[in-house]
Design a binder for this molecule. Structure first.
Ligand code: NAD
Length: 291
């Protein structure tokens, strides 16, 4: 069993990015600048945004955190987005999800200038992605492709089963894996909450990408020997023995499934760190296009 080490791989990617930033600034071009909008003070969102800001600083990026009140109106939020859209100093920005219930998420994502949409959530970028045209790939699926590529996990002609059909993970993942690309050319089955006999399907999978958000859902009896596993799930579970009061659990029962796996991502330290690295890669790309 080989661990798909997202922590080590993302550290390597961030070093590669930092070197590129040095080259850019040495040639007189300003460093890439990522902004993040955070609405409210949701604990997990704050952790994610802070991790993104910290990673940017380490790679020599400029970063700006725009913290807004939980009570902000949709209109005021759209105005903040417009400010970032038109600010020439900002190369790319993200709106940390989830948003408060009174705000229409789709409307907000549609308001982001596609050229600065480094999360790759705008329909223009989703459309380009689906057509395999150059675009900002959504960071989590992009990170999974990168991990599979760097570990040379064979995907061509393999049966990939994706569990989950969200717009940010499951759906783009299924599209990307079926496309003509290095980590691609797979035969893909996408499954979701209405799928019948999921176990029959997962038992046929060469590669399983689990993104449903149910801790330790995928168990050893649901996979065949030699399977490769990408565990996207991150759920906080109360754990009194931890200083934080919680631990992070993936969607895969790691202890049993890893015994049958060729490759497997751990949680934490698998897909999570890759997501930040790929967001930075997208921001670097935006900065290069700008310059
Ligand atoms: P989501 O809640 O938007 O979607 C979950 C999907 O799972 C749905 O499409 C649903 O149909 C499917 N599903 C639910 N129950 C199912 C079942 N019993 N069988 C089969 N399918 C089922 O979730 P999401 O935003 O895609 O996130 C999924 C998980 O990945 C969460 O734990 C989330 O925290 C994590 N996540 C991690 C990263 C990262 O950077 N590592 C990024 C995004 C999401």
């Amino acid at each position: 069993m080989t661990l798909l080490d997202g922590k080590a791989t993302s550290a390597q990617i961030k070093e590669e990015i930092a070197l590129e930033v040095q080259k850019l600034t040495a040639s007189g071009i300003r460093a890439p600048h990522l902004a993040a909008i955070l609405v409210g003070s949701n604990g997990a969102s704050l952790t994610y945004v802070n991790a993104k800001v910290k990673a940017c600083a380490k790679a020599g990026f400029e970063s700006t955190l725009v913290e807004l009140s939980e009570e902000i109106s949709e209109n005021d939020l759209l105005n903040e987005i417009e400010k970032l859209n038109t600010n020439p100093e900002i190369d790319g920005f993200i709106v940390q999800l989830p948003l408060p219930k009174h705000i229409d998420e789709q409307k907000v994502l549609m308001a982001v200038n596609p050229d600065k949409d480094v999360d790759g959530f705008h329909p223009t970028n989703v459309g380009k992605m689906a057509l395999n045209l150059p675009s900002f790939l959504p960071a989590t699926p992009y990170g999974i492709l990168e991990l599979l590529e760097r570990y040379k996990v064979e995907t061509s002609g393999k049966h990939v089963v994706v569990i989950g059909r969200s717009h940010i993970v499951g759906s783009p993942m299924s599209i990307l894996m079926s496309q003509k690309r290095t980590a691609g050319n797979a035969t893909v089955t996408i499954t979701h909450s209405r799928t019948k006999n999921l176990k029959e399907i997962t038992l046929q999978a060469d590669i399983i990408i689990a993104a449903l958000g149910i801790p330790e859902f995928l168990t050893a009896d649901m996979v065949k020997d030699g399977v490769s596993i990408v565990d996207v799930g991150i759920t906080r579970i109360t754990d009194e023995t931890k200083k934080s009061g919680f631990r992070l659990a993936g969607d895969v029962h790691f202890e049993s499934v890893s015994k049958k796996s060729s490759f497997i991502t751990p949680v934490p330290g698998g897909v999570g760190p890759m997501t930040i690295a790929m967001l930075m890669k997208n921001t670097l790309l935006a900065a290069k296009i700008r310059s």
